[in-house]
Ligand binder design. Structure first.
Ligand SMILES: [Zn+2]
Length: 363
């Protein structure tokens, strides 16, 4: 990776300029995040940083020249300096002025370099997390997953800014898709747009864990269970309070519930904690996950059984039956061989047929 490709970051289109300006703002805010947390007191600084700030930019952006990157930064600085701060909070006003002064103009190449650094750090953190939570097979699998280059692509229309892991003949890469100009959680405001900045390390962490490390690519597994695993692990190996808090808040409510299985990942997480995490990692590294349709069908079935067992255990009244099932799951998750563990879970599911609250879709 001797030369960094800037890709679309060089283009003078509104969505790319907005993306660049948000990153400049994000970096300036992050540099002052400790002070902001102190000054804002009980108000959650990461919500303040990422939900409210982009709205200022949004209100002014219509007046900006569509090719004027410097103009974007000027608006942000002016907004920070002139912002009416509630309760005459002098300390906050001063701090925002300092943040305004810390916003730096950055070339497309500089930004590409910063993003590369973030992705490389994410690769290192995944390695540390797997070293800590995984067994030898997990570590052996991870040793095959090297760092990959970033490719910046701009998509007019479509989804918000996001990442994806792309596998091609020429090698793997993480694509950073810079989303459309007008895309946010609500159509009229930009609130939430800056979350891309704060979430970016998590996105890279997810790409490496779910799409490089995991041999299984069943969607519920990689976008549900392994997203849960990523939130758990990143917090333990990273220790970046602002980002971690933000990721936990946002992902737990917004993105961790694909098809309802997310709830179940949370249930397993609450009840079996690290054991479940280790089970998922062993599963992800399991060599039988070749990506063949029959493997995916098996995995889909196992995921469904996992979800059904979690729901059943939650629904059962306290008593010896509930305890037996709970202990059975615990025992299965403790098995060092994921295939044997899944067999045990299947057996528990078969034994549960006929219990009224048990409603597996597939058996
Ligand atoms: Zn993904």
């Amino acid at each position: 990776m001797s030369t960094l490709h800037t890709g679309c970051l060089d283009e003078h289109v509104p969505s790319v300029l907005f993306f660049r300006a948000l990153f400049d703002l994000g970096m300036a805010l992050e540099r002052h995040s400790v002070d902001l947390a102190l000054v804002l007191g009980s108000r959650s600084p990461f919500i303040f940083l990422s939900e409210e700030t982009p709205n200022w930019l949004d209100r002014h952006i219509k007046r900006l020249s569509q090719t004027d990157y410097a103009g974007h930064l000027k608006v942000i600085r002016a907004e920070l300096r002139g912002r009416k701060v509630s309760e005459n909070n002098k300390a906050l006003r001063k701090l925002l002025q300092r943040v305004a002064g810390a916003i730096r103009k950055r070339s497309a190449a500089d930004l590409a370099g910063e993003l590369h650094k973030l992705s490389e750090r994410a690769h290192t953190l995944v390695g540390e997390a797997l070293e800590h939570f995984g067994d030898d097979r997990v570590r052996a699998r991870w040793s095959q997953c090297s760092r990959v280059p970033l490719v910046f692509v701009h998509e007019a229309g479509g989804r918000e800014t996001r990442c994806s892991f792309e596998t091609t003949d020429k090698g793997d890469a993480i694509h950073v898709h810079v989303g459309p100009y007008r895309e946010s959680e609500t159509p009229t405001a930009r609130g939430g747009a800056l979350r891309v900045y704060f979430n970016m390390p998590f996105y890279f962490f997810h790409e490496y864990l779910s799409h490089s490390f995991s041999r299984w690519q069943e969607r519920l597994f990689v976008e549900g269970y392994l997203v849960w695993a990523a939130t758990e692990m990143l917090v333990r190996v990273d220790g970046d309070l602002v980002r971690d808090q933000y990721v936990m808040e946002r992902l737990k409510v917004a993105e961790l519930q694909p098809g309802g299985v997310g709830c179940t990942a949370a249930w397993y997480g609450q009840n079996f904690k690290e054991r479940f995490l280790k089970f998922l990692l062993a599963w992800a590294a399991d060599a039988s996950g070749s990506g063949q349709p029959q493997d995916l069908a098996i995995q889909r079935k196992d995921l469904d059984l996992l979800a059904s067992l979690a729901n059943l255990t939650s629904a059962m009244k306290r008593g010896s039956e509930k305890n037996a099932l709970y202990n059975g799951i615990e025992l299965a998750l403790s098995d060092s061989d994921p295939r044997r563990a899944r067999k045990q879970l299947r057996r528990l599911a078969r034994q549960s047929i006929g219990v009224p609250q048990f409603t597996p879709r597939l058996l």
